[in-house]
Each structure stands twice: as structure tokens, then as C-alpha cells.
Design a protein around this ligand. Structure first.
Ligand SMILES: C[S@@+](CC[C@H](N)C(=O)[O-])C[C@H]1O[C@@H](n2cnc3c(N)ncnc32)[C@H](O)[C@@H]1O
Length: 242
């Protein structure tokens, strides 16, 4: 599978999310309904559709232009439709088997305030069917050197409010299960994709084994909604609410 088209940047570290997620998924996703929020170019929608899922690819504006070109290039355009969805207010209840996002919560916290990430995860929980799963890959604050680098060298680094390591379980409080790991220490410092690939290799074989977990800058995980808990009052099964 073409993970460069899925992740685009710092692929060596971020693409580890797919093997982590796959451990929680059936080998074939045919028949599953999936939603990507904050999709931008729709890389994760591509990954899901290539495995057979029917996908709604969404962002604050319909990510249709770049998304469709990518998805048609890989022959899965017929499995993906595009919608404009604010991840804090997903207009579906108990509809999806999978909801996926990458690099979303820190940006929303920076632009919409402290409560916004929890609004997103609550909204995802509501949109999932009982037994559904949220797959995520999110930036972490990492250690002081990551914070310094982002503040001074990443153009959007001051607009984001990156999640701290200890905040990940708090963000998934609405869910019934959470399995997650932190990855990556040096990949963030690469200036080119080639250098990030080398640093990502070092992360996997050295740094991720020996450095403290809360020094890492990527959280990857799967959070589950149990199939026997009651969902929100007035929830309507399997429909988009207008
Ligand atoms: C850093 S980009 C990540 C894009 C893509 N997920 C990726 O990892 O390549 C953050 C994305 O979140 C989207 N976004 C910001 N606020 C949002 C919201 N309230 N609801 C849905 N998407 C949002 C932005 O439009 C942008 O596409």
C-alpha cells in the first residue's frame, strides 16, 4: 500500500499508525462505514477505501478537489464521498463503524479553545455505532526541544496547542476502551523527507526503545465504543441529522 500518499510527511514515523490500527481491525474492511474528519487531502480515506470500506471524507470545507484526484488515481473514487463536517458537531448518530483522524486536536484547541478537543471526541463517540472504533494519530507536545523547535521553526507551531502525553487518556474519556502508544523523537527535526526517513529509522531502532515515552511527539491509538452502553438521548440510528 502506498503510505506516502496516505501520510505525505514524516512518513516513517506517522505510518506506524497503520500497523497499530490494523491489529484492531479485520483484514478486509468491505461493508464497513467509515468517516475521516479533518481530512484535508484525504490520505486516511484512501487507506480505508483501499481495504474495502465505504468512506465519508470530510473537513470544514468539502475536501473534494485534491481528495478526489488522489482517490481516483488509486481507483477507489467510487467508495468515497465528500462532506463538509465540523468535527465538533458531526451530524450523524450511531452511524459509522470507524471514525479516523490525524493531526486535528492540537489545531482545534489552538483555534477554538480548550474545550474543543473533547467536543470532537464526544462527537465522534456519538457518531459511532455501538462496537465502533476511533482510529487516531495526533501530534504530542513532546519534550522541551520539540517545543522549542516548533515555536521557532514551524510556521504554525505557535497557533497549535499540542496535547501533552498525559492528556491523551483524558481526551478519550467518553470512550469505553483506549489502546495507544507514543512514537517518534528525532523525526520532527528532519528538514527534508529523506532526512526524516533516516531519523524515523533511528527513532524506531534506538530512541523509541530507550527514551521516556513522554518525550515522543506522535500519539497513535484506537479507542472503542462498547456495544452495550446507551448512547445519547434522542439519538437516531444510522442517519445524518440536518
Ligand atoms: C494539520 S491539518 C491535518 C490534515 C490531515 N488530517 C493530515 O494529517 O494530513 C488539520 C485539518 O483539520 C481541519 N480542521 C480544523 N478545524 C476543524 C474542525 N472544527 N472540524 C473539522 N476539521 C477541522 C483543517 O481544515 C485541516 O484540514
Amino acid at each position: 500500500m502506498d503510505l506516502v500518499s496516505v501520510f505525505e510527511w514524516d512518513v516513517s514515523n506517522w505510518a506506524q499508525a497503520t500497523s497499530f490500527w490494523s491489529r484492531h481491525l479485520p483484514a478486509d474492511l468491505t461493508g464497513l462505514q467509515a468517516l475521516e474528519v479533518g481530512a484535508h487531502n484525504g490520505g486516511l480515506s484512501l487507506w480505508l477505501a483501499l481495504q474495502g470500506a465505504q468512506v465519508v471524507c470530510s473537513d470544514l470545507r468539502e475536501p473534494v478537489d485534491r481528495g478526489r484526484a488522489l482517490h481516483e488515481q488509486f481507483g477507489v473514487g467510487d467508495r468515497i464521498r465528500y462532506e463538509k463536517i465540523d468535527a465538533r458537531q458531526i451530524p450523524y448518530r450511531r452511524h459509522f463503524d470507524l471514525v479516523v483522524f490525524k493531526s486535528l486536536l492540537g489545531g482545534i484547541r489552538g483555534s477554538a479553545g480548550e474545550e474543543a478537543p473533547l467536543q470532537v471526541t464526544r462527537s465522534i463517540w456519538e457518531a459511532l455505532k455501538p462496537g465502533g472504533k476511533c482510529l487516531f494519530a495526533e501530534n504530542l507536545a513532546g519534550c522541551a526541544i520539540h517545543r522549542f523547535t516548533r515555536r521557532h521553526f514551524v510556521p504554525w507551531g505557535n497557533q497549535w496547542k499540542y496535547l501533552a502525553f498525559h492528556e491523551i487518556p483524558l481526551m478519550f474519556d467518553p470512550f469505553d476502551s483506549l489502546d495507544w502508544e507514543a512514537r517518534g523523537f528525532s523525526g520532527l527535526f528532519g528538514w527534508t523527507e529523506r532526512s526524516r526517513r533516516v531519523l524515523g529509522f533511528l527513532d524506531r531502532v534506538v530512541f523509541d526503545r530507550f527514551l521516556p515515552k513522554d518525550w515522543r511527539y506522535i500519539a497513535i491509538g484506537v479507542s472503542g465504543k462498547s456495544d452495550h452502553r446507551k448512547t445519547g438521548a434522542g439519538a437516531t440510528e444510522g442517519v445524518r441529522e440536518e
